[in-house]
Design a protein around this ligand. Structure first.
Ligand SMILES: Nc1ncnc2c1ncn2[C@@H]1O[C@H](COP(=O)(O)OP(=O)(O)OP(=O)(O)O)[C@@H](O)[C@H]1O
Ligand SMILES: [Mg+2]
Length: 314
């Protein structure tokens, strides 16, 4: 759905050149939800604006929704939806009129039906006569998204869809975004600062920093890259030494540490380690009273790949 190679953009300013994006390669398959994660100024919006034809790349090539970005920008625009960071609604034009205008702009068949469907789905019913300037932040964001979806795009770009929303509105919007894929079969490419959002919503995550992709993978893969999982075992009295002897020979186990009757194991993949681990303890006659598995967070991933915390950076 998206294939980009060496996409780059340098801005020339009075103070000199700003290399906002420095050669990004992207592959997004149909039906994927891909998250573009990075701190302020990393190059997320600039990349999105290039992929949506709003900004000319200084270098690189891309095919977006089956059309070449440079040779056929109009073809790209017809097949994609774009929801800008901060939105693009006219604060004075009523919600219904704005949606209607957008539908006519794209020549949508059955515009009233499509608008009614979107308003129902994005909980905008009853707001058609209101001006966007009078809507709440969450309502306005849902309107922005409705405007991006009117023409049933196969590929939707969302630039920070949930920034500034309360936790409940964010959760609701996640449901809407999941439904885009589930019901419409759309491909979604979104940017976010929120690790939990990328984790909850995305099949795959790309981390961008200083205009370059510094890590990519599924949320689980990225977390595994950091340091593996940690399994903590609570054992019956006196079992720790026996457990250590039984566990340190397992190939899944990297490191064993003892604290009293508790055993802390560092393993590469917690899911795969559990069964052999329990079998080995059982064979050694060790009584297990509790077990917990902790995975590294995406924040740990970000720290590892960029050397700073995403929270500090943002
Ligand atoms: N029109 C422009 N002229 C000059 N510099 C620009 C322009 N647009 C963006 N930049 C610079 O390019 C860099 C990347 O900006 P971009 O908006 O892509 O970041 P972002 O990852 O979307 O950040 P945020 O999370 O704050 O939205 C920043 O240093 C920004 O100041
Ligand atoms: Mg941005």
């Amino acid at each position: 759905m998206i294939k980009a190679r060496g996409l780059a953009r340098t801005f020339t300013t009075k103070r000199g050149a700003v290399e906002a994006v420095r050669g990004v390669d992207l592959d997004v398959a149909p039906g994927e939800i891909v998250g573009f994660l990075g701190p302020n100024g990393a190059g997320k919006s600039t990349t999105l604006r290039m992929l949506t034809t709003l900004l000319r790349p200084t270098a690189g090539t891309a095919s977006v929704a089956g059309h070449d970005l440079r040779a056929d920008p109009a073809g790209v625009r017809r097949r994609i939806g774009y929801v800008a960071q901060g939105g693009g609604t006219d604060p004075g034009v009523p919600v219904g009129e704005e949606l209607d205008l957008q539908a006519r702009l794209y020549g949508v068949r059955d515009a009233p039906g499509r608008i009614a469907e979107l308003c129902a789905r994005l909980e905008l019913e009853g707001l058609e006569r209101r001006a966007p300037g009078t809507l709440s932040g969450g309502q306005r964001r849902r309107l922005d998204i409705a405007l991006g979806l009117v023409h049933r795009p196969a590929l939707v770009f969302l630039d920070e869809p949930t920034t500034g929303l309360d936790p409940q509105s964010r959760g609701n919007l996640w449901e809407h975004i999941r439904r885009l894929r589930g019901q419409d079969g759309s491909t979604v490419f979104l940017t976010t600062h929120y690790l939990d959002e990328a984790d909850a919503l995305c099949d795959r995550i790309l981390i961008i920093d200083h205009g370059r992709i510094v890590a990519a993978g599924t949320p689980a893969e990225l977390k595994r890259r950091v340091s593996g999982d940690v399994i903590t075992l609570a054992l019956g009295h006196g079992g720790a030494d026996k457990a250590r002897a039984a566990l340190e020979v397992l190939p899944e186990v990297r490191e064993v540490a003892l604290t009293g009757d508790d055993v802390r194991l560092s393993v590469r993949d917690g899911d795969r380690a559990l069964t052999p681990l329990i079998r080995a303890l059982d064979a050694a006659g060790v009584e297990l009273t509790a077990l917990s598995l902790a995975r590294p967070t995406l924040d740990d991933v970000f720290l590892t790949v960029t050397g700073r915390s995403l929270r500090d950076a943002a």
